[in-house]
Design a protein around this ligand. Sequence first.
Ligand code: 5RP
Length: 219
Amino acid sequence: MSLDQNQLKQQVAQAALKYVEDDTVIGVGTGSTVNFFIDALATVKHRINGAVSSSEASAQRLKQHGIPVLDLNGTGELGIYVDGADEATRLRQLIKGGGAALTREKIVAAASRTFVCIIDESKLVRQLGAFPLPVEVIPMARSYVARELVRLGGRPVWREQVTTDNGNFILDVHGLDIREPIALERAINDIAGVVCNGLFARRGADVLLVGRAAGVETL
Ligand code: 5RP
């Protein structure tokens, strides 16, 4: 039986439940795959103490399910963080930020021992970069950062109409050569006015679950 993309997302989200430990606070990402994870998490909500969310949208969904949403400043280190990705390699390096939540996602991932990334097989790539790289910028630095991104070989496009949960803008950078993701992640972060970029390479996922028609592959 072939599964459509939503069924693959649901299947891989369900598989992430096995990483949820009793009496802990769970880090929760953002996006349509994570929405399936939040729905699955609701079925075991009595076993956990709550969640730290990477976005207002996920916080709202968690609350709708009656899962307490906690402030990261009060929780200490988290055991696991579960989130999706826009692209992933078999080395578990990622592009994230399609939902504009990349900065909080990177913070919650950094504050967690294990980052469990959940994707359907369409997201698995040999080399990152076909998906335009999201970069969150301070509004007054938008044009300056865009010029610097052109110097790095990219074609930045302002995601107009979008303001992040942190009050900033997003530039989606097309055409970057991402053969060295760790070096590029650092170079973009070094541009004044950049808050965060969507390369998760220095700290990629610790576990990558890939939803496939034949079942969930663990990398
Ligand atoms: C949001 C993200 C998401 O994880 C990414 O965009 C994947 O989303 P989806 O599960 O809807 O495909 O990084 O900022």
